[in-house]
Write a protein that binds this ligand. Structure first.
Ligand code: C5P
Length: 232
């Protein structure tokens, strides 16, 4: 799949999501459906957005025992999404189970990526709250290597880590990076942010952008600015 901007549709309902997507007349953005929308609107929202011609990243970040994740992934594989994810913190067996569950009888499956560390986690939280004493970049690299060893296609990470992940896991290992903000925008709860242009420079394959587009006065202009900065 080629590099792209993924729009995080973090809305509580189908109505609000379609009101937002209806504003796009010329483009069909790659859409991320996260917990808020999926839990609020149910699996039907995935089918509806897919039917409108959008690619879909289903961002449910699964994290449970291997058997539970495998079975949940088997259900999700029927939704025909392009990309889905889990937490690498769940371990190698959980990730292997996920691939197994996701693989359809004909051998095809959506791409599967792992969250390394949330972009809202910084070194202080990592060591102070989670008692993980290693440097954050080392933790991210190790989780990425685990994801690759389990057969996953890439990771969700900060754009600041995209280069290191590619070095450790190869150029073809996807880096999908949230925590993107325009140079003149608010950062909100994201701790480690970069601009779309910087994310490109750092080697991100996909950027995930929510509020800088969804909460913009002119979302179409913000989306286009993002695409122009990221794809060049
Ligand atoms: O609004 P904003 O641009 O911060 O949205 C970022 C999106 O990416 C959110 O939907 C958030 O859940 C998701 N995400 C993230 N950090 C991760 C993984 C996913 O911000 N590590």
């Amino acid at each position: 799949m080629k590099r792209d901007v993924i729009v995080a549709c973090d809305f509580p309902s189908a109505e609000e999501t379609f009101a937002f997507l209806d504003r796009f007349k010329e483009e069909k953005p790659f859409v991320k459906i996260g917990m808020e929308l999926f839990y609020g609107a149910g699996p039907e929202i995935v089918r509806e957005i897919k039917a409108r011609g959008h690619k879909i990243f289903l961002d449910l970040k699964l994290h449970d025992i291997p058997n539970t994740v495998k079975r949940a992934m088997a259900v999700l594989s029927k939704l025909d999404v392009d990309l889905c994810n889990l937490h690498a913190a769940g371990g190698l067996d959980m990730m292997r189970g996920a691939i197994e569950g996701l693989t359809r009888p004909d051998g095809t499956r959506p791409l599967l990526i792992a969250v390394t560390q949330l972009t809202s986690i910084d070194q202080t939280r990592l060591s102070g709250e989670l008692l993980i004493d290693r440097p954050l970049p080392e933790v991210v690299t190790q989780y990425a290597k685990n994801a690759k060893a389990a057969g996953l296609d890439g990771v969700v990470c900060s754009p600041l880590e995209a280069g290191t992940v590619h070095e450790a896991c190869g150029a073809g290992f996807l880096t999908v990076t949230p925590g993107v903000r325009f140079s003149d925008g608010a950062t909100g709860d994201q701790q480690r942010v970069t601009t779309p242009a910087k994310a490109r420079e750092l080697g991100s394959d996909f950027i995930v952008v929510g509020r800088p587009i969804t909460a913009a006065a002119d979302p179409i202009a913000a989306y286009r600015r993002c695409v122009a900065e990221f794809l060049g």
